[in-house]
Ligand binder design. Structure first.
Ligand SMILES: [Zn+2]
Length: 84
């Protein structure tokens, strides 16, 4: 994830991925299936945006292209392109 994504994946954020937390895009479930900590379910988020996602109402998912599709609390959509 750190190699795949060079910075926090929140829209417009440029915090270096090495200074970010790894976020479970789909929340980790203790009783869930194995493989939840696969790279495609992890993304770097800086502390501030990790909180925005955990305690705020921002949601996101990783789409097939590797981009991140965010939805803001007001329902606006943002796409963060995967750096190629
Ligand atoms: Zn950030």
């Amino acid at each position: 994830m750190i190699l795949r994504d060079t910075s926090c994946v929140f829209p417009g954020c440029t915090v270096d991925a090495r200074r970010c937390d790894l976020d479970h895009i789909r929340p980790y479930d203790d009783a869930g299936p194995p493989g939840q900590t696969r790279p495609d379910n992890l993304a770097p988020l800086c502390r501030r945006h990790h909180r925005a996602k955990t305690h705020g109402r921002w949601h996101y998912e990783r789409v097939d292209t590797g981009d991140y599709a965010w939805t803001s609390p007001s329902g606006r959509a943002y796409v963060v392109a995967h750096p190629s």
